[in-house]
Design a binder for this molecule. Structure first.
Ligand code: ADP
Ligand code: MG
Length: 327
């Protein structure tokens, strides 16, 4: 991007003054200066979304702006962290004022809702790629991790996994109607479960966000924790809109292996389950879907699915892998 163009874009679209008192220096200097509260640790995550890979070409720019920040907020939510600041690296094929206006509106709308300040970034010419780095903080003693699950824990998931993948199918198949509209929004406008993560941090043993499919991500949590998970398929949260558009098998496949949910998985000891359900359940729908069980050996980690007590093979379902060979 020519220098003057880059400067004008930053000045015009990304230089809103921060309302946060912990921003000593934001956009405009060579780097931002930020104050982390005493006794807290900095929690950082970064995610890139690429046009044509993470969102369909032609996605409204406001939705891209929302998504770029939402997927990062979801990572902080999974840690039980309080989000605070974001950096935005924008690669643009053309500098369209209309596009930038809408993108910035989508970005700032969700940033404002979560009291996140945009404190810096980079703007370059290239294919449409949006990278956001999110920064926040947490009490180090209360960080939620993937590795804390223990045998006997109940497994919970927020929201309704599968709706986002259903929404992507709605876009790809150009399905019309109110159920399609609802699901399309679930894909385009994921709502990070920040309040749920914060409510869970004194109660859950482990947490993780679901971005690549429920079973695949639960397998990662099991690997980190050295245990197995037992999922009761009849307990999965159901979506009226999903059942209106897809048959039962497709609904289940999308719930288990569809990506882009940005819901949270938690494991919780049975003694704290009632409190967890009350506290976390007051922030978002939260469903118990199974139990953590012990692993016989270090390599015996993974997920088993049961339907009404009968083991079901789900080998055919695998999560989305960017580098998987074509099947
Ligand atoms: P430098 O050349 O020193 O890296 P830049 O000219 O790239 O600085 O950026 C100038 C200022 O604008 C910096 O504070 C940078 O963090 C900020 N900035 C650049 N692009 C963006 C963007 N897309 N969103 C927010 N801040 C940005
Ligand atoms: Mg730069």
């Amino acid at each position: 991007m020519p220098n003057s163009g880059e400067f004008a874009i930053i000045e015009r679209y990304f230089s809103r003054r921060s309302a946060r008192p912990d921003v000593l220096l934001g956009v405009g200097d060579d780097a931002a200066a930020l104050r982390v509260p005493a006794d807290q640790v900095l929690v950082a995550a970064i995610d890139t979304i690429v046009a044509g890979t993470h969102f369909p070409d032609g996605t409204p720019p406001a939705d891209i702006g929302h998504r770029a920040l939402a997927v990062n907020l979801s990572d902080l939510a999974a840690m039980g962290a309080q989000p605070a600041w974001a950096l935005l690296s924008l690669s643009l094929p053309v500098a369209s004022g209309e596009w930038l206006e809408q993108f910035a509106a989508g970005f700032y709308a969700i940033a404002d809702r979560y009291q996140v300040s945009l404190v810096g970034g980079d703007t370059v010419h290239g294919p449409l790629v949006v990278t956001v780095q999110i920064l926040g903080f947490a009490d180090p003693a209360q960080l939620l991790t993937r590795s804390g699950a223990r045998p006997g824990d109940y497994i919970y998931v927020t929201g309704v996994p599968g709706e986002a993948a259903g929404g992507l199918a709605v876009i790809q198949r150009n399905l019309q109607g109110s159920d399609g509209d609802y699901l399309r929004q679930r894909f385009l406008r994921p709502e990070p479960r920040v309040a749920a993560g914060i409510a869970a941090r004194k109660l859950a043993h482990a947490a993780m966000d679901v971005s690549d499919g429920l079973l695949g991500d639960l397998t990662k949590l099991c690997s980190a924790s050295g245990c197995r998970a037992r999922v009761e398929l009849e307990s999965l949260p159901q979506s009226r809109s999903m059942h209106a558009l897809f048959d039962d098998a497709e609904c289940e496949r999308l719930a288990l292996a569809g990506g882009d949910d940005y819901e949270l998985l938690f494991t919780v000891s049975p003694e704290l389950a009632a409190r967890f359900e009350a506290d976390v359940g007051s922030t978002v729908r939260c469903t118990r879907i199974g139990t953590i069980v012990g692993a016989a050996t270090r390599s015996d980690v993974g997920v088993d699915c049961y339907r009404h007590g009968v083991r079901v093979s789900v080998d055919a379902l695998s999560s989305y892998d960017h580098f998987a060979p074509p099947s």
